[in-house]
Design a protein around this ligand. Sequence first.
Ligand SMILES: [Zn+2]
Length: 325
Amino acid sequence: MSDRRCIFCGRLIELETDALFRLPPDHPRVKDAIYADFQKARGLFDIRSELPGVCEKRSPECAKIEWENGKPVLITKTGRSTDTLICPTCHSELFRDTDSASVHSAVFFGAKDSGKTSLILALAERCITGQFSSDERYRYIFNEKLYNAGDMTAEAEKASAGEKPRDLRRPAAVYRVLRANEGGKAFCDVLHDVSFIDTVDEESVLTALPFAASAEHFVYCIPADTLRDALGADNESADIKIRKDMFMMMSAFRFSEKPPELDIAVTKSDLADSGGPTEEQVYTAFPSIRELSMFFSGTKVYPVSAVKRDSGGDPVGQLYAGLFG
Ligand SMILES: [Zn+2]
């Protein structure tokens, strides 16, 4: 298979017709406005936008494209070669071993301070250090081209201690490899944090969240104390906020072939009373979730916490299995 899914913008690229390459590093650097604009949309202003030029089969620098082990390599007229593929839409790098079938992504939504980033860090940290004992079929390999594993673990430790971690402006990607078949297919699980988007209206959703249209899961984070307060309140002000978020999420997959699953992550569940939270409690507290969940392909509720506990099973592992199976 020669399709690749860009993990940054979600575009599916047919390599036979649309392969785009970054020229080798010794080529003159030019300003890549497409790359710079896409990074700015994610709030990354300090990136290097002077990069070796891009090249494809119709470019004057291209002599030919060869295929090696199912992967295209561009040979330039000066005899140099490059196998660095980039996405034609956002000019981000296309990573190896991420064909269309193997990329699975989840986008984490929720109000400010609802625990999105902490939850992604808890999931990533488990892949880096602990692996998931609940599912021994796979080996998990963290993609260190996007984030240093040590930095992620340090941020996860902060989150676990209840401190606020830094926003994740790039996706976190984990390769999941079948243990029984070391040379076999790898899956790429991608976790998107949208904390860096402060205010979002329907118009900006499609430009700010292009990756959301191809995501299989939308994880909506609700802190346990917000749920508890809403259950105890006799007005609907909490539901109005959630309703707005639900419509924002729905506009993010407006043009998708298949709607994502809605996963309600009740975060900071170490604050919750024992026995909760349940799906029924979520629906009771927030009628909009019940009403609008019909537009998603399914709804599940996960009580989770970035704070490590000695008892109470493996909620973070259960969420990972629920998202990526
Ligand atoms: Zn892209």
